[in-house]
Ligand binder design. Structure first.
Ligand SMILES: Nc1ncnc2c1ncn2[C@@H]1O[C@H](COP(=O)(O)OP(=O)(O)OP(=O)(O)O)[C@@H](O)[C@H]1O
Ligand SMILES: [Mg+2]
Length: 469
């Protein structure tokens, strides 16, 4: 079996079908056979009782036992056409008055029914002839003069039972043919139904990275395959989305790296075109260093997102004192905010949460640095935390121009910048919010934004409660 490999599904179902049909044929056949056999042996017994009763009546009409010896015909006529019957009539002294033919084996000495009792089916006994089975009855019959005679009427297996045996073997033959037919038909039917599966395989073979838009049509698929087809299509959706994101990602990355690299290149080439003073070189290197920093940050952010995508980043949750964490972030950014004339406040009740501390810091840092950057001088940035129904909710709000509604659905996408034309765009890559979103997905939490153009913007992070994680 193991060398032949697993059986095909078609063959399995076909074999199962034939096993089921053989089993049901057998049960029904056996039942029919047995009920027929019961009926036939009942009729045989009724016939035996009938004949014995008839023989008793004929005896009662005879003038004397001697009449039997003189002419046995009235008695033998009752058995006319029934070669399997044997009739023996004996006088009380044991003298045999009539015997139609010898049985293949001696008859057993069963009880004889007295003359005054009517014969019933209970008076029939079994006996065992040389072949098969037999039935017999013994009864006392009275001749006209009142003399009792012993009647023995026996029968070897009747014609009816022989017919039954034939019926049985016919049935076995039909069963064999039926089983073979059921197997073949089952195989053909299952094979036919499997063609939908083969079409799925055909479609799957057609799919390549550049032809991911193929989908299975599910309208005329059988219900059982519809679910599998839907799963298959959903998998293709995800694959297509993944491949598209990947190629978009690569294109955006190349595009964004091109600007700083060409700036560096041009500046360096210009500087090299003629001799420069040490101060000029210093200025150039300082400007280059900024570009290098930007490149390094971009590469680091891209790598972080790639690692999240490849599920290589393991969460290291710790029970955090959220108020202390937020206070630390506040202290770090406060001087920076002060420099640009922005008021930065923090507010949190004592709260504990199971969060990866490094990732939490990274997410809040991204939101706060965005907020400070988009707040005009004199504005406010507010960082807060509170307990919510789901767990804990952090909010980073800032006053300022806000985000236009048309940008809101896109700001969490990689490389998306709502204000790409702004002068400071050279410092941003559009990766910050997509990193925050990736961090929230890793934690099984949520991120959303509410913005009132011309007034304020609030980013919310919600982490689930520790016990639900
Ligand atoms: N607090 C905010 N107020 C107004 N606009 C915002 C705010 N935060 C984000 N945005 C808009 O969303 C865009 C995407 O932000 P994101 O942090 O992803 O990128 P970035 O800040 O431009 O670049 P990076 O964070 O990679 O340096 C920003 O370019 C900006 O237009
Ligand atoms: Mg940012």
């Amino acid at each position: 079996m193991s060398r032949l490999g697993p059986l095909s599904l078609t063959l399995r179902v076909a074999l199962l079908l034939s096993a089921v049909s053989v089993a049901s044929f057998l049960v029904v056949g056996t039942y029919l056979y047995q009920s027929l056999a019961r009926q036939m042996s009942y009729r045989d017994d009724v016939e035996l009782v009938g004949k014995a009763t008839q023989i008793r009546r004929i005896l009662s009409e005879l003038p004397s036992p001697q009449a039997i010896v003189n002419d046995a015909r009235p008695l033998t006529d009752t058995l006319f056409g029934h070669n399997d019957f044997m009739l023996k009539v004996e006088a009380p002294d044991g003298k045999q008055l009539l015997r139609t033919s010898a049985t293949s084996r001696p008859l057993p000495q069963v009880e004889s029914v007295p003359p005054q009792r009517v014969l019933t089916l209970d008076d029939i006994h079994d006996w065992v002839p040389a072949m098969g089975s037999g039935r017999m009855v013994r009864a006392v019959g009275l001749v006209g003069t009142g003399e009792p005679l012993q009647i023995t009427l026996a029968r070897e297996k009747s014609d009816r039972l022989r017919i039954l045996r034939g019926y049985g073997s016919d049935m076995l033959l039909a069963l064999g043919v039926g089983a073979v037919l059921a197997t073949l038909l089952g195989y053909a039917i299952v094979r036919h139904s499997m063609r939908q599966l083969r079409s799925v395989i055909g479609k799957a073979n057609d799919i390549t990275a550049s032809r991911l838009n193929t989908r299975l049509s599910l309208q005329d698929a059988p219900v059982e395959l519809r679910e599998m087809g839907a799963a298959f299509n959903a998998m293709l959706d995800r694959l297509e989305d993944g491949v598209q994101r990947l190629s978009g990602f690569a294109a955006d990355l190349a595009h964004d790296m091109r600007t700083p690299v060409s700036t560096l290149m041009v500046e360096t080439q210009v500087a090299l075109s003629r001799p420069r003073t040490a101060e000029e070189y210093q200025t150039l290197l300082a400007s280059n260093s900024e570009e290098y920093e930007r490149l390094a940050r971009m590469i680091e952010n891209t790598l972080f997102l790639a690692r999240v995508d490849n599920a290589q980043l393991a969460l290291k949750r710790e029970t955090l004192d959220l108020r202390a964490e937020l206070q630390r972030i506040h202290d770090y950014f406060d001087i920076l905010a002060d420099d640009v004339g922005v008021r930065f406040t923090v507010e949190s009740p004592p709260l504990q949460a199971e969060i990866d501390p490094v990732l939490l810091q990274r997410a809040v840092n991204n939101l706060v640095s965005n907020a400070i950057r988009h707040t005009p001088a004199g504005g406010t940035v507010h960082l807060s935390a509170r307990e919510s129904d789901q767990g804990v909710e952090l909010a980073v709000s800032n006053t300022g121009a806000g985000i236009a509604p048309e940008h809101l659905p896109h700001i969490f996408n990689r490389y998306y910048r709502a204000d790409a034309a702004r002068s400071d765009h050279g410092h941003s890559a559009g990766l910050g919010l997509s990193i925050v979103r990736a961090i929230m997905e890793l934690h099984g939490g949520n991120i959303w934004v509410e913005s009132e153009p011309g007034a304020s913007t609030v980013f919310f992070l919600s982490f689930r409660k520790a016990k639900n994680i």
